[in-house]
Design a protein around this ligand. Structure first.
Ligand SMILES: *[C@@H]1O[C@H](CO)[C@@H](O)[C@H](O)[C@H]1NC(C)=O
Ligand SMILES: *[C@@H]1O[C@H](CO)[C@@H](O)[C@H](O)[C@H]1NC(C)=O
Ligand SMILES: *[C@@H]1O[C@H](CO)[C@@H](O)[C@H](O)[C@H]1NC(C)=O
Ligand SMILES: *[C@@H]1O[C@H](CO)[C@@H](O)[C@H](O)[C@H]1NC(C)=O
Length: 289
């Protein structure tokens, strides 16, 4: 046994499959939007002749063979799930996928084989797919204790939110925004406190949406409205009754004045007193409109 086996082994190595060089950094994270499109960027070494590029996900997806002359490549899509949805625009032959579905998420890789090298480079990706968030909806719970302290809890949610959604509540006071993380905001309010307004912002890796502005105070104040309204209408009723009384008095006065001729001095007195009363009651009860 001499150098022969070694020579054999060496030649076997040269004829055999190419050595694969993985990128040390690990897969590149790519996020995309459901039903939209994404491009997995490929870097091919400049001034090197590419033999082919093998794109794969869980199974081999497509084989791209650049043609010598132009930039047009001979593409064979091997995974029927991607048929008609993928393209490999030159000169980089990056993988472009359209109309993304949830099933498209996961690992991808591109193996670039060069004519001039025994070493193939491997580029890896991890594709995550998200839905664009819709406008958050808010639910309000509040509780009022005896001393008027009102505990408000605002809950923010997004329909079909999916994974990786973060919520924050933003309040604005004196032109300064303060953000609190989390979907539930608990705060308390006392009559006389100036009411803060809150906005919920929901974000995921592909979008962010804000709710309309929620003033926290009025929820607590609303409970006091019915009694205020009741007393307001009671006031109105009293005013109306007073006015009626006044009119009746006036009418009686006039009737007396017409009926009792010859009794001049008491008549004058009566009318004067009535006018006086009219002015007195009329001044505070003047309707604002
Ligand atoms: C493209 O590649 C396929 C299979 O590798 C081959 O059959 C076909 O002839 C090629 N087409 C062109 C235009 O080179
Ligand atoms: C996108 O894919 C869905 C199924 O995943 C299909 O129902 C829809 O018709 C496709 N849209 C387009 C524009 O191809
Ligand atoms: C409101 O919250 C405070 C603490 O923030 C608590 O001590 C109090 O009992 C709560 N009141 C009501 C009516 O829930
Ligand atoms: C929210 O989304 C918009 C685009 O829709 C973007 O410009 C902005 O930077 C995002 N803001 C945050 C805090 O993510």
């Amino acid at each position: 046994m001499g150098a022969l086996p070694w020579l054999l082994l060496l030649s076997l190595l040269q004829e055999g499959p190419k050595e694969i060089l993985e990128t040390a950094v690990g897969p590149q994270e790519v996020v995309a939007v459901l039903q939209e499109s994404i491009s997995l960027p490929l870097e091919i070494p400049p001034d090197e002749e590419v033999e082919n590029i093998i794109w794969s996900s869980h199974i081999t997806l497509a084989i791209v063979v650049p043609t010598k002359e132009g930039h047009l490549a001979n593409v064979t899509v091997t995974d029927p799930r991607y048929q008609g949805r993928v393209s490999f625009p030159s000169p980089s032959y990056s993988l472009h996928i359209g109309n993304l579905s949830w099933e498209d998420s996961g690992p991808y890789q591109a193996q670039v084989n060069l004519w001039t090298s025994q070493i193939s480079s491997l580029q890896q990706y991890n594709l995550r797919i998200y839905r664009r968030l819709s406008e958050p909806s808010i639910t309000v719970n509040f509780e009022i204790s005896g001393d008027g302290l009102c505990n408000v809890s605002l809950t923010c949610s997004v329909e079909q939110a999916g994974l990786d959604v973060t919520y924050s509540w933003i309040s604005r006071e004196d032109g300064v925004d303060t953000a609190r993380e989390g979907s539930v905001l608990s705060t308390s309010w006392r009559p006389g406190d100036h009411a803060l307004s809150y906005t919920c912002r929901a974000s995921n890796p592909v979008s962010n949406m804000s709710s309309y502005l929620i003033p926290a105070g009025p929820f607590c104040a609303d409970l006091r409205y019915p009694s205020e309204k009741a007393s307001a209408s009671f006031c109105l009723l009293v005013k109306a009754l007073l006015l009626l009384l006044l009119l009746v008095t006036l009418a009686t006065g006039l009737w007396l004045a017409q009926g009792q001729k010859g009794c001049k001095i008491p008549r004058m007195k009566k009318i004067r007193r009535n006018r006086l009363r009219l002015r007195k009651t009329d001044t505070p009860g003047n309707p604002p409109s």
